[in-house]
Write a protein of this length. Structure first.
Lengths: 170, 451
C-alpha cells in the first residue's frame, strides 16, 4: 500500500534547500508537510502545483452576477411589472446592488468548495497520519515526503543532511 | 531570539521558540488559567444576554410600541444600533483583508479575534432591523421565494438591499474566518488531551495535514478572499448609508453618506478592536503577541479616521449653508441649539477632539489611555448614529410633525442586552477556539528571527 519516507528538517530554509536538491538529483519529493507555507517549495515537487482556484472563483462570481441581475430583471420587467410614475421597469442603477453582492457571495462559496476539492478535504484518514511525526508537522516541523525505498533512503541520508528520517508503514 | 541591536521591526516579543507560541495560544483553550475571571465575565454577560432575550420576548408580545419610537421618529434605537454594530463588525474584515493585501505584519496577532468580533457584531446588527419590523415573523417576505401570490421583493427598496448586503457579509465573514482557522484546528487536534476534544477539533480541521498542496491552495484562496472582502465591506456600509441617503430627508439625502459611513465603520470598529485586544492581552496572557506597538499602530489609524470624521462633519455643515436649503440649514442649527445639542457636542468631543491626543507618542504607546479613548470613540460613534436618526426625523419638512425622541427602558435594555450577548459570544470564542492565528504568528516569528 502507500508507504512513505518522511525526511525531517529544522527550518523552512533547509526544507526548501532539501526539496530543491532532491528535485535536481532526480528524486523530487511527492509532498511537503509543514506548519506554515514555505514560499517556492511547490515548484520543487514532482509535479508543480498551480491550483486554478482564482479562475473557479472568477467564473462563479460572473455567474452569480448574471443570476442576480436576471432575477431582478425577470421579476420587474416580465413577471410582475409595477408601473409607477412612468419609471423604467428595468431600473438598472438600482438593480446593480444585488448583483454586486451575489457576485461576491457566489465567488466566496464556490471558492470555499474549490478550496476543499483542490485540497482533497475533508479527508480525516490519510496514510501519513500513521507516522507519529506528522502530529508535529502541523505544529513546528518540516517534512519532505518520499516513497519508501531503500536506495532512495541512502541517497537522501547522504545528500540532503536531514535532521531525521521517519518511515511510514500501514 | 533577542538579536541585540537588530534594526528589524518586531511584532512578537519575548518568545523563544515555535513551541512557546503554540503553547501560549492553546493555553486559554486547553489549560486555562484565571478561570474564575472568565466565569465571572461569562455570568455577567450571560445575565445581560438574558435581559436581551427577555426584551425580545416582550417586544414580540407587545410590538414596537414598547420603544420610544413615535409617529415622527419611526426609526429610533433599532436602526441606530444596527448601523453601529455593523460598523464595528467592518473593522475585523478590514484588519484581516486590507492589511493582508498591503502586507502589514501587525495584522498577524489581530486578525483572528477581529474576525470573530466581525461575526458577532454583524450578527447583533442583523437582529435589529428584524426587531424593528413590527411583524418579524414575516421577515422572509423580503427574500425572493416562490409563493402562491406570485409576488417578488421590491428591488428598488433599501431594506431589500440590506438583506443581500448583510446576508452576504455574514456568510462571507464566516467562510473567511473558518478557512483561516483550519490549520490552527489541526494544531488543536494534535494537542488536545481528551478524546472527545481531539475528535471534535479533528472533524472541523477536515483532515488538514499542512501539505504543500494545502498551503498552495490555501494561500491563494485566502488572498482572493481578502481581495473580495475589501470591496464587500465598502459596499455593505455604503448600502447601509443608502437606507438614509436614498431618501429625500434633510440631512440624509447627501452624496457624502456612503464614504462617511464606511470611514465611521472603520473608526468605531478599530476602537472596539483596541478594547478587545487589551482584554485578551490581560485575560489570556497574550502580551508577546499584542504589544504596545500594536496599540500605537491602531491609534494612528484612529487618529487618521477621526480627522476624516471631523472633515465629514464640517462638510455637512458647509453644504447645509452653501446649498441654501432652508430645512437643511435649520437642521444644523437644531443640532447645535436644540434639545439634542448636549449629545451632539458629546459626539464632536468624543469623535473629533479627544482622539487628537493620539498625536502624542506618549499617549499612543500606553495601553490604558488608548483603551479609554477607544471607549469614548465607541460612545461617540453610537451618539453619531442615534443623532443621524433622531435629528433628521425630529426636524423634517413639516413643522406640525416635529417631535422629540424619548427612549424607554426597552430601548436601553435591548442595547445593553446586545452588548452583553456580544461579550458572551466573544468569551465563548476565546475558550473554544484559538484567539490568535498560530500558523501566521509562527511564520512571522521565523521571519523576525532569521538573520
Amino acid at each position: 500500500m502507500s508507504e512513505y519516507l518522511l525526511v525531517e528538517f529544522d527550518s523552512p530554509h533547509e526544507a526548501l534547500a532539501g526539496a530543491r536538491q532532491a528535485r535536481d538529483g532526480g528524486h523530487a519529493a511527492q509532498d511537503v508537510l509543514s506548519h506554515m507555507p514555505i514560499e517556492g517549495i511547490s515548484d520543487c515537487l514532482g509535479r508543480p502545483l498551480k491550483p486554478p482556484i482564482g479562475w473557479a472563483m472568477f467564473i462563479a462570481g460572473a455567474i452569480g452576477a448574471a443570476i442576480g441581475y436576471f432575477m431582478q430583471w425577470y421579476s420587474a420587467v416580465i413577471d410582475y411589472p409595477i408601473i409607477s410614475g412612468n419609471r423604467p421597469l428595468d431600473s438598472w442603477p438600482a438593480f446593480l446592488l444585488v448583483p454586486y453582492e451575489t457576485t461576491i457571495l457566489s465567488a466566496a462559496i464556490f471558492g470555499f468548495l474549490s478550496w476543499m476539492v483542490m485540497n482533497g478535504l475533508p479527508r480525516l484518514h490519510h496514510p501519513l497520519f500513521y507516522a507519529a511525526i506528522t502530529e508535529r508537522a502541523v505544529q513546528d516541523r518540516y517534512l519532505l515526503v518520499f516513497p519508501r525505498d531503500a536506495t532512495l533512503r541512502e541517497w537522501i541520508a547522504d545528500n540532503l543532511h536531514p535532521r531525521q528520517l521517519h518511515e511510514v508503514r500501514e | 531570539m533577542s538579536a541585540a541591536g537588530g534594526t528589524k521591526e518586531r511584532w512578537i516579543e519575548g518568545i523563544g521558540s515555535l513551541e512557546e507560541i503554540n503553547a501560549r495560544i492553546c493555553a486559554p483553550v486547553l489549560n486555562p488559567a484565571h478561570t474564575w475571571r472568565w466565569w465571572a465575565a461569562l455570568a455577567f454577560s450571560g445575565s445581560l444576554t438574558l435581559l436581551m432575550l427577555g426584551s425580545v420576548g416582550w417586544l414580540f408580545g407587545h410590538g414596537i410600541g414598547i420603544f420610544g419610537n413615535n409617529t415622527t421618529i419611526v426609526w429610533g434605537f433599532p436602526i441606530a444600533n444596527y448601523v453601529w454594530w455593523l460598523g464595528i463588525g467592518h473593522a475585523g474584515t478590514l484588519i484581516s483583508a486590507l492589511l493582508l493585501l498591503t502586507r502589514q505584519k501587525w495584522r498577524g496577532s489581530l486578525n483572528r479575534f477581529a474576525e470573530a468580533m466581525t461575526l458577532f457584531a454583524a450578527s447583533m446588527a442583523g437582529l435589529f432591523p428584524i426587531f424593528h419590523l413590527g411583524r418579524p415573523y414575516y421577515l422572509y417576505w423580503i427574500t425572493p421565494y416562490p409563493n402562491v401570490q406570485g409576488l417578488w421583493p421590491q428591488w428598488r427598496s433599501a431594506l431589500v438591499w440590506d438583506l443581500w448586503a448583510v446576508g452576504t457579509y455574514i456568510t462571507f465573514s464566516a467562510l473567511f474566518w473558518y478557512v483561516g482557522l483550519v490549520p490552527d484546528l489541526a494544531m488543536l487536534r494534535e494537542r488536545a488531551s481528551s478524546r472527545w476534544a481531539r475528535r471534535l477539533y479533528g472533524a472541523f480541521a477536515l483532515g488538514w495535514r499542512g501539505s504543500a498542496r494545502h498551503w498552495e491552495v490555501h494561500e491563494r484562496f485566502y488572498r482572493y478572499m481578502a481581495a473580495l472582502a475589501v470591496p464587500l465591506v465598502v459596499s455593505v456600509h455604503s448600502i447601509v448609508s443608502l437606507d438614509f441617503a436614498a431618501s429625500l430627508e434633510p440631512g440624509w439625502a447627501d452624496t457624502i453618506y456612503p464614504p462617511y459611513f464606511v470611514i465611521g465603520a472603520l473608526y468605531s470598529g478599530f476602537a472596539m478592536v483596541v478594547v478587545l485586544a487589551a482584554a485578551l492581552r490581560w485575560g489570556c496572557s497574550f502580551e508577546p503577541f499584542v504589544t504596545r506597538r500594536h496599540f500605537d499602530m491602531i491609534a494612528r489609524v484612529l487618529l487618521a479616521a477621526s480627522i476624516i470624521m471631523g472633515i465629514s462633519y464640517a462638510t455637512e455643515w458647509f453644504w447645509a449653508w452653501y446649498g441654501g436649503e432652508r430645512t437643511e440649514r435649520h437642521l444644523i442649527t437644531f443640532l447645535f441649539t436644540g434639545p439634542y445639542a448636549p449629545l451632539y457636542y458629546g459626539q464632536l468631543l468624543f469623535n473629533v477632539i479627544v482622539p487628537q491626543a493620539f498625536w502624542l507618542p506618549r499617549v499612543r504607546t500606553n495601553i490604558a489611555p488608548v483603551v479609554i479613548i477607544s471607549i469614548f470613540i465607541n460612545v461617540g460613534m453610537w451618539l453619531e448614529r442615534i443623532l443621524i436618526v433622531w435629528s433628521t426625523l425630529s426636524r423634517d419638512y413639516l413643522p406640525s410633525a416635529w417631535r422629540i425622541f424619548l427612549p424607554t427602558f426597552w430601548d436601553w435594555a435591548l442595547l445593553t442586552g446586545s452588548l452583553g450577548a456580544f461579550m458572551f459570544l466573544f468569551l465563548l470564542f476565546v475558550r473554544i477556539l484559538p484567539a490568535m492565528p498560530a500558523h501566521e504568528l509562527r511564520k512571522l516569528w521565523i521571519e523576525e528571527n532569521t538573520p
